[in-house]
Write a protein of this length. Sequence first.
Length: 72
Amino acid sequence: MDLYLRQKWQDERLKHADITEPLDLNDPNLVKAIWKPEVYFPNAKDAEFQYVTVPNVLVRIQPDGEILYMLR
């Protein structure tokens, strides 16, 4: 099964008055530097994470500090 994970949360530390448009991060080092909530599946019996050469991840930061994190 392929899983598309989409999370959204508010981070006041990333709120900035000078940013007027959403900021998309595509650098894996920048994406690693952003705090992300830990995701777990309490009833999972077995799970594997597929490692790929190019990560399929998008982080979008809104001017008000809202973060959209999408992972395939």
